[in-house]
Design a protein around this ligand. Structure first.
Ligand code: SF4
Length: 489
């Protein structure tokens, strides 16, 4: 069981439900210690580097001589863990998780890593992604009398592993059988009494990579977390691959599902940190290239290029380099607005942009501004920022977006729940321009977006939220309404 499970569960007003950004699902990190490492602190720092992937809750589970314990709580890594808590978490292996809730609501029981007992002892699971058939499997199990402690699909995975564990000769077989049943996106780190396993779904929708620190092995959602703890990048886990780490050996099983590689393109647009590489492609370079291609696709006469902090800045630099229009820092972000930022109604939601961002009048006054952001979801925040620039004296504001219009819901772990919430699903580009009050508006095309991750094959990405072309058949059982409920809309 988790230590200190009674930790205060705050009355959170989850920021994602009130702002206009797309939010990521989760970050995972694990270490198999073959040295004399402080595994809990190592995971703590790894999670710190992955905090951008989920800010609702986090947890660390450690394995001490086969016994798995942990600590988890609602809040940021810095809020949930103290020196005293980390001192208590000692062991040979550890895994950690930062969460943004997808399937399952935002509550302490849904925090991960999930620790479960099965016939071979205990296991802990950290999951980034979302299964599209979890509800169906859960219902079947419940009809057979199974009890679930959480509403997450990660517990469905734990149940499947446990059930297959009864019939299979070993964990390897149980994991392969489980992968034959689950559908959707999953990057998993599983810790058992004696090994660490890393698994990436057959489409490779979410990232997972392997690193090495001295003689110890690390699994992480992004390479930035490896660098944060001084580990060297070894390679990405391949789509459909299971890696087992035990002692000083890494063993790989490549499942043969023959699915096309479909990394979520939003990892490049927004989710991943710019200093990360995924499947060999630099996130920073992809954003620079997206900005460069945007400048070619939608040129404009202007005096200054401004990026919306932080997500639009790298693409703005690319736009500036290509267009020759100087880049300037004209929007100042308050870096101390945390996730517990409470905005109880729509009116205050719009006001919140003033609290998070402010315009630098001396840079803006009398100028024609090109404003770059990574995406437009509802349009409410964009409208407010355009207005803010005009109030600060901008002569013109030309909005440029480094991704195509988001028109379709995501079923793979990102909170784009329903068309109803997407301005581009219900309006033409000219109507959106009018709503946000910009002088012109241009989106990057899907073709140019697929060119931006330099070195990656164009057909290796999921672009479903732009095109409606889902890599996995979304079962009819998941309606947009249910998808919304999963995200708490
Ligand atoms: S639908 Fe969009 S957000 Fe979801 S996995 Fe595909 S590209 Fe990513």
């Amino acid at each position: 069981m988790y230590k200190n499970e009674s930790m205060a569960e705050y009355e959170y007003c989850i920021i994602s439900q009130f702002d206009d950004k797309i939010h990521e699902a989760c970050g995972v990190f694990g270490v198999y210690n073959n040295d004399d490492l402080d595994v809990a602190r190592l995971v703590y720092f790894g999670l710190y580097a992955l905090q951008h992937r989920g800010q609702e809750s986090c947890g660390i589970a450690v394995n001490q001589d086969g016994e798995i314990t942990g600590h988890k709580g609602m809040g940021l890594v810095s809020e949930v863990f103290t020196e005293r808590i980390l001192d208590r978490l000692d062991g040979k292996m550890a895994i950690g998780h930062t969460r943004y809730s997808t399937t399952g609501g935002s509550s302490i029981e849904n925090c991960q890593p999930l620790i479960a007992r099965y016939k071979d002892g205990r296991m802990a699971i950290a999951h980034n992604g979302n299964l599209v058939n979890a509800s169906k499997i859960r219902l079947e199990f419940e009809n057979q009398g199974a009890i679930f402690q959480t509403s997450t699909d990660s517990e469905v995975i734990a149940n499947l592993i446990s059930r297959h564990g009864l019939k299979c000769r070993n964990l390897e077989e149980a994991l392969i059988k489980t992968m034959e049943i689950i559908e959707g996106s999953y990057s998993l780190i599983i810790m058992t009494s004696n090994k660490l396993a890393g698994i990436r779904d057959p489409w490779g929708i979410r990232p997972l990579c392997i690193g090495k620190l001295y003689n110890s092995y690390i699994l992480a959602s992004e390479t930035c977390a490896l660098e944060a703890v001084g580990a060297e990048f070894i390679r990405d886990v391949e789509p459909g691959e299971i890696v087992f780490i035990e002692g000083d050996s890494i063993r790989s099983i490549k499942t043969n599902y023959n699915k096309p590689h479909r990394l979520c393109i939003f990892e490049h647009i927004y989710f991943a940190r710019p200093d990360s590489f995924i499947d060999g492609a630099s996130i920073y370079n992809a954003r620079i290239e997206a900005g460069r291609l945007l400048a070619i696709q939608h040129p404009v006469d202007a005096d200054l290029v401004v990026g919306v902090p932080d997500s639009g800045i790298t693409a703005a630099i690319g736009f500036s380099r290509q267009s020759g229009i100087p880049y300037g820092e004209a929007l100042i972000k308050n870096r101390y607005v945390g996730r517990t930022f409470i905005q109880p109604n729509q009116k205050m939601r719009e006001q919140s942009v003033n609290i998070k961002l402010n315009a630098l009048r001396t840079e803006i006054e009398g100028k024609r501004i090109v404003l770059i952001d990574d995406s437009i979801v509802r349009g409410t925040t964009t409208k407010k920022i355009v207005q803010m620039l005009k109030n600060a004296g901008a002569k013109e504001v030309h909005m440029r977006i480094s991704s195509p219009p988001v028109k379709f819901p995501c079923y793979f772990g990102i909170d784009i729940a329903s068309k109803e919430h997407l301005i581009a699903a219900n309006h033409t580009i000219e109507e959106i321009r009018d709503v946000i009050g910009a002088d012109s508006l241009g989106f990057l095309s899907v073709e140019n977006l697929l060119e931006s991750p330099v070195g990656a094959p164009k057909n290796s990405f999921c672009t479903a939220c732009f095109t409606g072309d889902y890599p996995i058949n979304v079962p009819q059982g998941i309606s947009e309404k249910q998808n919304c409920e999963r995200f708490g809309y």
